[in-house]
Ligand binder design. Structure first.
Ligand code: TXA
Ligand code: MG
Length: 318
């Protein structure tokens, strides 16, 4: 019997090659990984997450070349982004090679590819000769996990092993983009800011947020939700003291934090990257029986602020 959480790469490799699931750390959130070429193992991901089969998975690769080998075409602007930001919080949607099972891509002709920036998971990908299909390691519609303990709490009974890479440094999921032949389209805002993408490519960059703030299959209005009533308020707008059974989550630490209050915050110096790294952990922390309503201050509109607000919007959806 081995421990559920650990840093044993050889065990993780053996489990993956035996068709088992392993939770893996990435810089964005923890993933629930299977051998992307093993359909039975991939089917188990959907089962454990209770995820609808029409929601495709991201395929994680050890390096750019391994990713490019899974694609039918590799447009120049995507190459520029991959060279600059991989390993990192960026997923590229490209036409897939036939060797990627249709189950992984929910029958789409395209696949989302990413080289994650986590040393342990990169080491695992290097010792495997297969890529890893992995969605975020949370039950469908719940907040994504950013520590191994979040995964243990929710999926611990269903999976044999959680690779312990400690807390995720980015804390929100990757930015998903595709190239439409003329422009880069951002399909999901995420851990890489729109500004960083625009600075890198010569073509136009379009934020294609759909009705739900995301333009990817399997994007639901309700997501990132804990079980509480969540009410958003504008950045800078002041709220009265939180009443009984209420909590306030400020974006930035307020100047006069009362002691022992139900006031919480995401950053002390208005840093959207720090706030992103704190966000999902705080939403879990505030998911307590005594709290009924959480007032949450929106992030400013720069850096990772829009990606944070997109997630808050859906966490607040009843
Ligand atoms: O940071 C991340 O992206 C994390 C870590 C584990 O890598 N993964 C993640 O996976 O957030 P998941 O399954 O929770 O979200 C993946 C999103 C889904 O909404 C899916 O619709 C979209 O990626 N996606 C996957 N393949 C796609 C494709 N071919 N075209 C458009 N969207 C795609
Ligand atoms: Mg997810």
């Amino acid at each position: 019997m081995h421990l559920k959480i650990g840093k044993d790469l050889d065990l993780a490799r053996r489990l993956i090659m035996d068709g088992e699931l392993v939770a893996i750390p990435t810089e964005t959130v923890y993933g629930l990984a299977a051998n992307a070429f093993n359909e039975e193992a991939v089917a188990r991901i959907f089962e454990v997450k209770k995820r609808p089969k029409f929601d495709p998975l991201i395929v994680h690769c050890a390096h750019l070349q391994a990713a490019a080998e899974l694609a039918k075409e590799w447009p120049e602007p995507l190459q520029q982004l991959a060279e600059k930001f991989w390993p990192g919080p960026l997923t590229l949607v490209v036409e897939k090679q036939d060797k990627i099972p249709d189950l992984v891509t929910a029958g789409l002709p395209t696949v989302g590819l990413r080289v994650p920036a986590h040393p342990l998971t990169l080491d695992l990908l290097y010792i495997l000769d297969v890529p890893l299909a992995a969605p975020s390691a949370n039950p469908f519609t719940y907040v994504s996990p950013t520590t191994p303990f979040h995964v243990l709490q929710q999926l611990g009974d269903d999976i044999p092993y959680i690779l312990d890479g400690e807390a995720c440094t980015v804390g929100i999921e990757s930015t998903i983009v595709r190239y439409n032949g003329k422009a880069i389209e951002i399909l999901r805002l995420g851990g890489l800011s729109t500004e960083s993408i625009a600075e890198t490519v010569d073509c136009e960059v379009l934020v294609k947020s759909g009705e739900n703030g995301q333009n990817v299959p399997g994007s639901f209005k309700k997501h990132y939700s804990n079980s509480k009533r969540i009410v958003l308020f504008e950045n800078g707008e002041l709220l009265p003291r939180a009443g009984k059974n209420e909590a306030i989550l400020f974006f930035n630490k307020p100047a006069n934090m009362p002691e022992n209050s139900r006031w919480f915050y995401l950053t002390e110096n208005n840093d959207t990257h720090v706030a992103a790294a704190q966000l999902f952990g705080k939403l879990r922390e505030l998911d307590q029986p005594e709290i009924e309503t959480i007032y949450i201050e929106k992030a400013p509109a720069t850096g990772l602020g829009p990606a944070i607000n997109e997630r808050l919007g859906r966490a607040a959806h009843q």
